[in-house]
Design a binder for this molecule. Structure first.
Ligand code: GCB
Length: 648
């Protein structure tokens, strides 16, 4: 018994997200930063939390839980922010909860933020999954559709309405329901046969292979700017011989008459070049380019673009300062090469997930640092943000360490024909707007991926992907665009429009399971077919096999560490033939084991990691490490200290 979504569970409560997003995109989304003119107050820690377990999930709205303290509406529990809520309690119903949950936290705002009349106070949520509505002191301030990307609201006007109180109560309702037009899509299925299922039984169906973790996944914070402020900065870089070119554009809000100073500062703190214009080209003599890890002895070189604004209105003067890290580099694609700074770049990297024990998709610095250390140990120079945008702090790490990123939208699991309808396309285009707006200035981001493995055989797929790719190129004409495919149908649908062909395949796993001997021939055919038809560079964007750590067998059988190793070995021998021709990269699926929906093909999650979910190596990790360091020696220019990376 399949039925469309019943009223309150879903997003019916969420009015016209598209209209709202359009307004939001008139403004920038610069990463919050402290400076001489800006303060940041993180609101991470314990929040009061209440899941709306009423059958319709609608009680919180009916009884206006946002109007009073959440604890006054009923029992609340402590939930950490950032974190998914699913795995932090012993309650199986909360782990698998679908619908609205309510978060609340009180914060004391410094009195001067309100009293000086010159300060803008912004409430920002870095990511909440999936649909969020935010109230401050019971007044709705914003709502946002989509996880993985930030949203904000100016709240100083509201705070000034009652300047006697500096306490503000922030309430955030978050709904993880996925329907046919969300990204990723999903559907709710009600089981009505009362001889089989209890009253009210329903499930959330999805077509993607990771657990639909929910909650406030990244920081919530308050930050200030002066009323006249730097709203956005866009930087595009190039170079000619030894001169770097930084094309920039600064957009300003809150003032018309301003003086501006833009200064490019090198790593040693020296001013390199400056200008007084809101847009222009800065010329950098003896430029130090931004290079990927293992391609240069000094990877990830960053300048800093300091933007200093002075403005005045009848009564006040304002100064705002924002410093944007800038890496000067170019990205180009030829018919068989991927060029960074005009040199061939070979992706030897990983696919990741934001996923770990207990936290789920919650941002966690120890995990981020461990993962970067593991990637560098492995000799990985790149990763793809499968299957959604990652925290911006992770991209900042990539900028600094020279790890190259393929930045992917949450367009995963688009398999139902109704998910190609206009409502879906419109939202997908908006998500690309938000993604490019947030990540456009990161030198580590070298390509956009608009989707993963859509049902390319469906008639509307061609139009849908043509629109998406064209739109993304308009948003950012400087980076190549791709979508990830596992299907030959995609050849006629998307491939004519992408710059790089990204292919996923699982020979001897999903096809011909157990038959390692088919890998080389099938992989060879795959590459020849794609290149033969399109003459575009190809990245093997996924390949791999599950291995339960500690399972062994020789001769190898599926799910053992030996089998995983041999799958890799056979893929690698074909990569080695083709990378001299037109294959420009290989990304293992997956960096680490990760949690999925329960199902008969998943034993406590997906085990294709070369590291366990706890980040310990399986045998395959050592195979890959040896290979990646060899590739780095052949294709890059290793810094001296990394020639002999680790004694083990
Ligand atoms: C894929 C998907 C990825 C899955 C993987 C697998 O093609 O893109 O999300 O986890 O295969 O292991 O099945």
């Amino acid at each position: 018994a399949v039925e469309g979504p019943r009223e309150p569970i879903l997003l019916d409560l969420a009015p016209t997200p598209s209209a709202l997003a359009g307004i939001l995109l008139d403004s920038g989304m610069l990463f919050p930063q402290e400076s001489s003119s800006r303060e940041v107050k993180e609101l991470n820690g314990l929040w009061a939390f209440r899941a709306d377990r009423s059958p319709t999930r609608n009680q919180g709205f009916q009884r206006a839980w946002y109007k009073s303290r959440l604890a006054e509406t009923g029992p609340v529990i402590d939930i950490p922010v950032p974190s998914s809520y699913n795995d932090v309690t012993q309650d199986p119903n909360l782990r698998d909860f679908i619908g609205w949950v309510w978060y609340e936290r009180e914060v004391v705002v410094p009195a001067r933020w309100i009293s000086d009349g010159k300060t803008r106070v912004v409430l920002r949520v870095e990511s909440a999954h999936y649909y969020s509505i935010v109230w401050v002191n019971g007044v709705k301030v914003t709502e946002h559709e989509g996880g993985h990307l930030p949203f904000e609201a100016d709240i100083d006007g509201l705070l000034r309405e009652d300047p006697t109180t500096t306490t503000c109560r922030i309430t955030i309702a978050v709904n993880n329901t996925l329907d046919l037009h969300t990204l990723p899509p999903g559907s709710i299925q009600y089981m009505k046969d009362r001889t089989m299922y209890p009253e009210g039984f329903f499930v959330q169906n999805t077509n993607f292979d990771f657990f639909n973790y929910a909650g406030i996944h990244r920081s919530v914070l308050l930050y200030t700017t002066p009323k006249a402020y730097v709203d956005d900065i866009t930087v595009v870089t190039d170079f000619l011989d030894s001169t770097g070119l930084v094309r920039y554009n600064v957009s300003i809000q809150g003032a018309t008459l301003v003086t501006l100073k833009v200064t490019l500062i090198d790593k040693d703190g020296h001013c390199v070049v400056s200008s007084n214009d809101t847009s222009g080209v800065l010329k950098v003599v003896d430029v130090k380019l931004w290079w990927p890890y293992l391609m240069h002895e000094n990877p990830g070189y960053l300048y800093s673009l300091e933007v200093r604004l002075n403005a005045a209105d009848g009564t006040s003067t304002y100064e705002d300062v924002y410093s944007l890290p800038v890496g000067i580099r170019t990205v180009k694609v030829t018919k068989n090469q991927f060029l960074i700074n005009n040199k061939p770049f070979y992706f030897h990297g990983v696919n990741k997930h934001e996923d770990s024990d207990i936290r789920g998709k919650g941002f966690d610095w120890p995990l981020v640092v461990k993962d970067f250390n593991l990637m560098k140990w492995l000799g990985a120079n790149s990763f793809r943000t499968s299957h959604y945008p990652y925290a911006e702090e992770i991209l900042q790490m990539c900028d600094r360490h020279g790890i190259v990123v393929i930045d992917e939208s949450p367009g995963v699991g688009i398999k139902d024909i109704r998910s190609f309808e206009n409502a879906s396309l419109t939202h997908h285009l908006e998500v690309m707007d938000e993604l490019v707006r947030r990540d456009k200035n990161h030198p580590s981001v070298v390509m956009w991926s608009v989707a993963n493995e859509p049902a390319a055989e469906m008639p509307p797929a061609g139009f849908y992907f043509q629109m998406l790719i064209k739109h993304t190129k308009v948003l950012d004409p400087t980076r190549p665009v791709t979508f990830i495919t596992d299907s030959n149908y995609a050849r006629d649908k998307g491939a004519p429009y992408v710059d790089v062909i990204c292919v996923n395949s699982y020979f001897s796993w999903y096809h011909d399971p157990g038959h390692l001997e088919v890998i080389q021939i099938q992989l060879n055919t795959q590459f020849e077919n794609w290149y033969g038809k399109y003459q575009k560079p190809i990245i093997q964007s996924e390949y791999g096999a599950d291995a339960a750590p500690g399972f062994h067998s020789d001769p190898p059988v599926m799910f053992t560490e030996e089998y995983q190793k041999l799958v890799l070995r056979d893929y690698h021998s074909v990569f080695d033939q083709k990378r001299k021709l037109y294959v420009v990269g290989e990304l293992i699926w997956n960096f680490a084991d990760f949690m999925t929906t329960q199902g008969v093909t998943r034993m406590v999650g997906n085990k294709k990691g070369i590291f366990t979910r706890q980040r310990q190596p399986k045998e395959a990790a050592f195979i890959l490490k040896e290979r990646y360091w060899r590739l780095a020696n052949e294709t890059g220019r290793l810094p001296l200290w990394t020639k002999y990376p680790c004694s083990h």
